[in-house]
Design a binder for this molecule. Structure first.
Ligand SMILES: [Zn+2]
Length: 306
């Protein structure tokens, strides 16, 4: 458990468009006093836990309100350990390869790439193999250590809000499943814009709350989890990027690749298939590309005019 009770901030304006008209979207579904670092792990399979959520009438953004303080959330992430994430490096590597291929088309010259929320460094490792000079930011001490041991990568340990980044430095910044964890996304994107070179690209992957999967799965949608403080729609994501000085250049739905093991172990009906360790090993080596189409993958350029 984290030290002390979490602090909350009641937002009077939408954190994306600054609009003041919003209504309650859904009520909190868990007891905050039971929240631990395990609940915010990337691979946590206890779906359906949400904060009190509001819906912005102007840009359709859905966000936690009141919002837990960044310091509280960060104290949880610092302690997070997630061996399941690293076990899925095969599938995650395939996801990241697609992103790197897209970035390479935009920037054949490559350069410096910053991965924010770098976890154990899988994306950075693959980018380095393709010729990028890579840097990463990651709050979990455990993940920073794994990145060092496994890939000989030195990550900046901390959060985007607190690390110092040089201006006009990076050709590309990747935010894969990151922005939905942030309490003040406009400030985060402004900081990314500042650290990008003019003409540089941010790649952003985030769940789409208006997707078919989200609507079909309702309250049990697997992106409903305490780590997520915000849920974007196409409209709110475009608003965020435009307000932060970015021009969208590529937009598509994200296809996840998981191992069969990861998927089966998350479906109660099939859990028995992965209980035996030898069978688990078998399933872990079968990658499945899952066309859930419930996340967006967006590439946006830093506009030259301020
Ligand atoms: Zn809004």
């Amino acid at each position: 458990m984290s030290e002390g009770p979490p602090h909350f901030e009641k937002l009077q304006r939408c954190p994306v468009c600054s609009g003041t008209g919003f209504s309650s979207y859904r009520k909190r579904t868990f007891d905050i006093s039971t929240l631990s670092e395990d609940n915010i792990k990337i691979t946590d399979s206890d779906y359906g836990k949400i904060w009190d959520l509001d819906l912005c009438e102007t840009c359709t953004h859905v966000f936690a309100n009141p919002i837990p303080s960044p310091a509280f959330i960060q104290s949880l992430y610092a302690k997070t350990e997630d061996p399941d994430y690293e076990e899925e490096s095969l599938g995650r590597g395939k996801n990241f390869q697609r992103i790197l291929n897209a970035l390479e088309k935009i920037h054949p010259e490559k350069g410096r790439l910053l991965d924010v929320g770098a976890a154990t460094g899988i994306l950075m490792h693959l980018a380095r193999e393709k010729g990028w000079v890579t840097e990463g930011v990651e709050p979990s001490s455990w993940a920073v250590e794994v990145a060092k041991k496994k890939y000989d990568l030195t990550l900046m340990e901390g959060n985007l809000e607190t690390v110092t980044l040089k201006s006009n430095t990076y050709t590309a910044v990747t935010l894969v499943d990151f922005i939905e964890h942030v309490s003040h996304p406009n400030e985060a994107l402004s900081k990314i814009r500042e650290t990008l070179k003019p003409g540089g690209t941010v790649c952003l992957v985030t769940p789409d709350i208006q997707s078919l999967a989200a609507r079909a799965m309702g309250k049990g949608w697997w992106h409903f989890r305490p780590g997520h403080l915000a849920y974007f729609t196409k409209k709110s994501l475009l608003t965020l990027l435009e307000r932060s000085g970015f021009q969208v250049i590529k937009w598509r739905r994200y296809a996840w690749t998981f191992s069969a093991h990861y998927l089966l172990s998350r479906m109660s009906l099939f859990k028995f298939l992965v209980k035996n360790p030898r069978m688990a090993f078998f399933w872990k080596n079968i990658p499945i590309k899952l066309a859930l189409r419930d996340s967006y993958e967006v590439y946006a350029r830093k506009e030259n005019s301020a």
